[in-house]
Design a protein around this ligand. Sequence first.
Ligand SMILES: *Cc1c(COP(=O)(O)O)cnc(C)c1O
Length: 558
Amino acid sequence: MNEVMLCTTNDLSENQLRPDFQNHYQTVISRFFNRDPEIWPVYQSQDIHNLIHHKESFSGSQQHYFHHQLKHRTDIPHNMCTDQRPFDPLALFVAHGCKDWQDPKAVENVISTPCDPAIQGATLATITNPNLVYKEYAGLATDLEQLVVRQIAQLAGYDPSQAGGLFTQGGTFCNLYGYLLGLRKTFPDSIVNGLQNKQLCMLNSESGHYSNMTNLTLLGLDMNHQVIRVHINEQNQICINDLRRRLEECYKQGIQVPTIMLTFGTTDTFAIDDIKQVCQLRDDVCRKYQITRKPHIHVDAAVGWSLLFFRHYDLNENPLSINQATLNSLNALKPLTEGIRYADSFTVDFQKWGYVPYTASLLMIKNKQDMEALKQDASYFTYFEHEVQKKTHLQSTIECSRGATGVFAAYSALQHMGIEGYQTIIAHGLQNANYMRAKLNEHPRCKVVCAENHGPSVVFRLYPEQALQNDDSTHLFRSEQHITEGHQSMDDLIQTTLYHRNHFNRRKGCYLKTNWVESIARTSYDKNDHCLYLPGEKAVFLNPYTSRADIDKFCAQF
Ligand SMILES: *Cc1c(COP(=O)(O)O)cnc(C)c1O
């Protein structure tokens, strides 16, 4: 039997860094995150070197001048520039004024800094400028796109010869495709006749990303009657029983469900829906109600997809010497990661936990035939040669022009770092997250929330001293979870939140730049199915440069 399965605690002793892991980590950092001009020619520019190493300083009057231009300038220069320098001074000033994602303190949200090979690879596309809309305008770049699609298909457990996919504008658009695929498969005539007189309802979960809602409004759905946000359990996963109830309710009323949108790693607490179970449930319910056009199951894996790199990691052999706490996490995550291959399509953001610059988002489809459902009338595409049109998804895409920087950058990152490089840098983040959870657990005033989700996000609430006189933070949190509106303990909840919020504001990103999140957990649903959301603080450990020393200093503030 697998011995790692028996361990469920997360104390500091299990979080020790192993020397062999540190060696792997140092190798990845020195090869792929070193910004070394000897290896990566983009960094040979003096301006870019200065940018990366914060070597430029601007005098007060320069700053004033640039800020004034940024706010007020309207003119385009009439004369051509005679200056031979490669970068415009204002553009450089702005580049220096961008948020520094290389800062080890940067643990805000699901944002990362790109790796060197991705940055370098992206330049191939910016120079050659292929347009993925059409084979004739892209040349071989569409083949590279399809190669990456096959690589991710294989990684996820899809059949690479059956799978399809395309790079698109952000995870939001990938999710939009998820809804659209469901609509067009369920109502093929809607591509011409629209959705009038269609009885339909989309299902997603209360902890889904907000792009769910922006996409559904974009599609013109009635948000009060054609969308159901399914309840979530205490770990913020979709509640299977509620999903079943909702799906059955729809079919009993003759309402079609085009898409069920699941999440693999929510943005705030990294909740992972049980995809396999949902797929089985869909099949069961459709059999029971004799539904032939089953809901399309799209998985928003914008953040979580990176765990696919661990699908075949041998947790017993543990070749990278990952520490015990994180082996336990990987072990817990493994069965859920297997779920992705049951989904009909999923969202991959290379730009998040894939260390690729914006934007590099990939829609993955299990059965490429599904794209046919999106195909528009050929007569709309008059200026493209008919035979060449078939070589891309031209007639099925939402966009027209599609850039290839994401394709080149993602391919280059995968090629250079390999599965092992990705495993190392992702494990570094997970080890940081587990370490921070263990450190916060030792603080009587902190309550770590959703630790069972094992992801890169550490989410917690902080309690004031006086609240802890009669109770510990775990019990306080438990009782907050059962508060109902109007109850007197609401006041305590608000006081705690204010206390934590003030503490957060006073620290102002000291040592780690954490985020404030309005909803890290919810209270029990009342008889009207309502609940309240509990706010808290989060740190997301995607950053390859964040170290234990940063976490130690941060935790010493409590
Ligand atoms: C970031 C994110 C999105 C949106 O992706 P963009 O690339 O920002 O458009 C969707 N879902 C989840 C879970 C995300 O974290």
